[in-house]
Write a protein that binds this ligand. Sequence first.
Ligand SMILES: *Cc1c(COP(=O)(O)O)cnc(C)c1O
Length: 315
Amino acid sequence: MGQINFSNVTAAAQVLQGVAIRTPVLTSRQADEVSGARLHFKCENFQRAGAFKFRGAYNTLSRFSAEQKRHGAVAFSSGNHAQAVALAARLLGMSAVIVMPRDSAPAKLAATREYGAEIVFYDRYTEDRSELARRLVSERGATLVPPFDHPDVIAGQGTVAMELFEETGALDYLFVCVGGGGLLAGCAIAAENLSPDCKVIGVEPEAGNDAQQSLRSGAIVRIAVPQTIADGAQTAAVGELTFPVMQRLVSDIVTVSDEQLRAQMRFFAERMKIVVEPTGCLAAAAVMNRVVDVRGLRVGVVVSGGNVDVTRLGG
Ligand SMILES: *Cc1c(COP(=O)(O)O)cnc(C)c1O
């Protein structure tokens, strides 16, 4: 553990070379008109397993010792982290156990199973999942892979911004969504090294602005699990490792409403012909609603994932 620096990000890029998809950077004249800026969308909705989480998961698992590889990985997640760990484990020939709530969406259970992971259920109202995960770790000797607060996870997520800057050159602003802050911390480290004058802005759902409160107060603020359609950002607190990186390298954290996220999903589908999940819309919604004044500037926008339950898209 300890300090994460840019050399960890470049090392992760080497590990991911030829395994993760180098996702496209899209532009849109209409998005530029609405925002008043020149926008570059880094589209991780096209990443393997549908979100950037594959980068951190694969980087972490590939650095397991031979002993760790033999006993496999454990993750607890009902979302994109579960599928990312399951796929990374399969590609690396290890076993994975994913601890999921019994009432998870059937599509998510099916996807996790398809990647060959074993699913262990828990009741999210009566059981403590971290206790369950700890038991799995001690009984099976498997290694727990946290969704954001791990140096190899953060370094893997940083390759998103690294690839973006390689393509665009220096930018004035970079907008990144925040849950636990793994993606934001990794991207901020890449920005510091590849575009030192770029201001990095985190974007959270209005209903759960714990990262904003934390950054502004100078200490990690913990909140009740927020009610928002941005399910990838329903975290109660940022990480012990991600927060100091955010304090050092992130200029500000701003928020957007669920209504703005819905409008952004529609914009992506109708105008740019891409499917983006609500959490993946956070950064774009901040820019398109001019939450920060970026008129006339060159702006990077991370689109973090595209795993939407299409039966819910109609509304
Ligand atoms: C996990 C996730 C996030 C939040 O990432 P953190 O590293 O926890 O901040 C954002 N968007 C999507 C699509 C995710 O899956």
